[in-house]
Design a protein around this ligand. Structure first.
Ligand code: NAD
Length: 371
């Protein structure tokens, strides 16, 4: 029995996580696994009902489960809340309290959606990379960070602080992940200017010696920003510190051109991982059955792969999504002129039907092989 915490959150969160749970049930049925779900509150809905975006019970519940699946948080209803009551604060605090230091964002382009990219099809075709971003250190957390009044006027300071151990654990994660892929790591830094980047680069070099089957190259962040849109296919695993990763991962998400397609995972050294689509709560379409559930369904694939090591089950989800897209099924966000638009529920169902067919096909092929 594997236990999964479900945090639906706000806006389209409940609609897309519902499809995710239905898909998990299908996975269970096809492969003989059973999943147990425990629901917790986070974000705006938790502010409304509990007075805080991350109730203690939610943190407790997450810690008791093997993995966490989250929809999205936020919306205009809570825009005027104090910083400590903002829905997004709930998510930041959850990542912090579970010490989720590694953020994984795969970017792969489905051939059926090549035209959705703002880049030319010949540039994005074949792109399949994984961005590994350090999530709990660096400029966003370093102290001091403050404004000071001086006789010459205001001055301001932010601090880019990292320990070598923080660098080492994220770099190791990247090398480990590269072993599951094409065994190539690109480490992104600004070593020509920043001392923190120089230690980052030295640490990467040192760690690379433990992974001789994985190749390592270094790239300056300004060059990486260009290379991502010039030739995204050159990357396998791209690893970088917090702020560079924040910017590069958003840039990379545009390679696919569709926010509703991209999953993410945030992992710690131990304990449950957090899986969520990268898009927000899409308040403009909440409750209208227009949300694209595919980013959340891909997040389920990541959950199965990274938290439960169920690689075959996970790959079949990606295949089912690909098959649904190849057959022309589209939610409104990825539909082009003339293409038929289906609802959130219909898309969820189409993926489940393909999942069933794909797993049955695999099984009958295995039987033929054995006989
Ligand atoms: P958003 O990602 O919610 O929406 C941007 C646009 O993309 C909207 O037009 C929306 O309808 C569309 N869209 C997003 N996801 C979609 C999907 N699955 N299917 C179809 N269309 C989709 O970003 P936003 O509008 O800037 O933010 C809305 C709220 O979400 C804000 O409160 C923001 O703070 C929050 N937010 C939360 C997260 C998170 O929970 N991880 C991430 C980003 C933004």
């Amino acid at each position: 029995m594997k236990k999964i915490a479900i945090l639906e959150g706000d806006g389209i969160g409940p609609e897309i996580t519902k499809e995710a749970v239905l898909l998990l049930e299908e996975v269970g049925k096809q492969y003989g696994h059973s999943f147990e779900y425990q629901y917790g509150k986070i974000g705006g809905v938790a502010v409304d009902e509990e007075g805080t975006p991350l109730p203690k019970e939610t943190v407790q519940l997450c810690k008791q489960n093997d993995a966490i699946l989250l929809g999205a948080v936020g919306g205009p209803k809570w825009d005027q809340e104090a910083p400590s009551r903002k829905p997004e604060k709930g998510l930041l605090d959850l990542r912090k309290s579970l010490q989720l230091f590694a953020n994984l964002r795969p970017v792969n382009v489905y051939s059926a959606l090549l035209d959705s990219s703002p880049l030319k099809p010949e540039v994005v075709r074949g792109a399949d990379l994984l961005i590994v971003r350090e999530l709990t250190g660096g400029l966003y957390f370093g102290e001091p960070r403050e404004r000071r009044s001086t006789e010459q006027g205001l001055e301001v300071v932010d601090t880019l602080f990292y320990t070598e151990a923080e660098m080492e654990r994220i770099l190791r994660k990247a090398f480990e992940l590269a072993r599951l892929r094409e065994k190539r790591v690109t480490s992104v830094d600004k070593a020509n200017v920043l001392e923190s980047s120089r230690l980052w680069r030295e640490t990467a070099e040192r760690i690379a010696k433990d992974y001789e089957d994985v190749s390592l190259e270094h790239m300056l962040v300004d060059n990486a920003a260009m290379q991502l849109i010039r030739d995204p296919d050159q990357f396998d695993v791209l690893v970088t510190e917090n702020m560079f990763g924040d910017i590069l991962s958003d840039e990379a998400s545009m390679i696919t051109g569709s926010l509703g397609m991209l999953p993410s995972a945030s992992l710690g050294a131990s304990g449950p991982g957090l899986y969520e689509p990268i898009h927000g709560s899409a308040p403009d379409i909440a409750g209208l059955s227009k949300a694209n559930p595919l980013a959340t369904l891909s997040s389920v694939a990541m959950l199965l792969k990274y938290s439960f090591h169920l690689t075959e089950e996970a790959n079949a989800i990606e295949e089912a999504i690909e098959a649904a897209l190849e057959e022309g099924y589209r939610t409104q966000d990825i539909a082009r002129n003339g293409e038929k638009v289906i609802s959130t529920e219909e898309m969820g169902k189409v993926v489940r039907v393909h999942y069933r067919e794909i797993t049955l096909n695999k099984r009958s092929k295995e039987k033929v092989k054995q006989s």
